[in-house]
Design a binder for this molecule. Structure first.
Ligand code: PGA
Length: 248
């Protein structure tokens, strides 16, 4: 029912030369897979992705977008600029943006609306910190993040959303949520989506992110509500990324 999505999040990594090798390697290893595959590159490399990937089975997207449409916002990138480079996806509300750039749930919700209005697919990240998990607040934290997003969204647009559950303590740390821990949160997120629109909630993809690697991808992706992965470190190596794609 839900087509799995494996999306690379390159973060602030890469160069023209390294990206060329990485993209060629991924493209060469993509079989006629029934899963959707994409990479989210730094904005300056979106033209390179468009040139290398147009017509291929590998999609591309950005890692953030401005709340504003255009104007005096030095350093910002608008959604129409992402459209110029045929981006399909935009990661929003990654915990690194929330932590280092002070992004709030309300700002993430506004960005999500801009992206949906432009016809691109937002991949909106939610997740709890280690302290929040250890004090038993996981459900409350991700629930509150989802509430702000869902309050902003038209119920009819629910299916245009991709959610990524990324426990902050698992990102880049080598610590992964067990499949059961991740599934428990994914089920909570699915229930939230169903409160908004019970008919569309079953079609929304909920990705897991946080140290997903070739050796743990299969068991995570086997869980009923884990519909793909948002992959950081392992997306920078074609063999690792492809191994995860093949698990999906
Ligand atoms: P990681 O990053 O796979 O390196 O843990 C995931 C992410 O931050 O999206």
């Amino acid at each position: 029912m839900r087509r799995k999505l494996i999306c690379g999040n390159w973060k602030m990594n890469g160069s023209l030369a390294a990206n060329a090798v990485l993209l060629a390697g991924i493209k060469a290893g993509l079989s006629q897979s029934s899963c959707e595959v994409a990479v989210c590159a730094p904005a300056v490399y979106l033209a390179q992705c468009q040139a290398a990937l147009t017509g291929s089975a590998l999609g591309w997207g950005a890692q953030d977008v401005s709340i504003h449409a255009s104007g005096a916002y030095t350093g910002e990138i608008s959604v129409s600029m992402l459209q110029d480079f045929a981006c399909k996806y935009v990661i929003l509300g990654h915990s690194e943006r929330r932590a280092y750039h002070g992004e709030t749930d309300a700002q993430v919700a506004l960005k999500m609306l801009r992206v949906i209005q432009a016809g691109l697919t937002p991949i909106v990240c939610v997740g709890e910190t280690l302290a929040e998990r250890e004090s038993g607040q996981t459900q409350a934290v991700v629930g509150a993040q989802m509430d702000v997003l869902l309050a902003a969204l038209d119920a009819a647009d629910l299916a245009k959303l991709v959610v990524a559950y990324e426990p902050v303590w698992a990102i880049g740390t080598g610590k992964t949520a067990t499949p059961e821990m991740a599934q428990e949160v994914h089920a909570i997120l699915r229930a939230k989506l169903a409160q908004k629109n019970a008919k569309l909630a079953p079609v929304v993809r909920i990705l897991y992110g946080g140290s997903m690697k070739p050796d743990n991808a299969q068991e995570l992706l086997a869980m009923p509500d884990i519909d793909g992965g948002l992959i950081g470190g392992a997306a920078l190596n074609p063999a690792d990324f492809l191994a995860i794609v093949h698990s999906a």
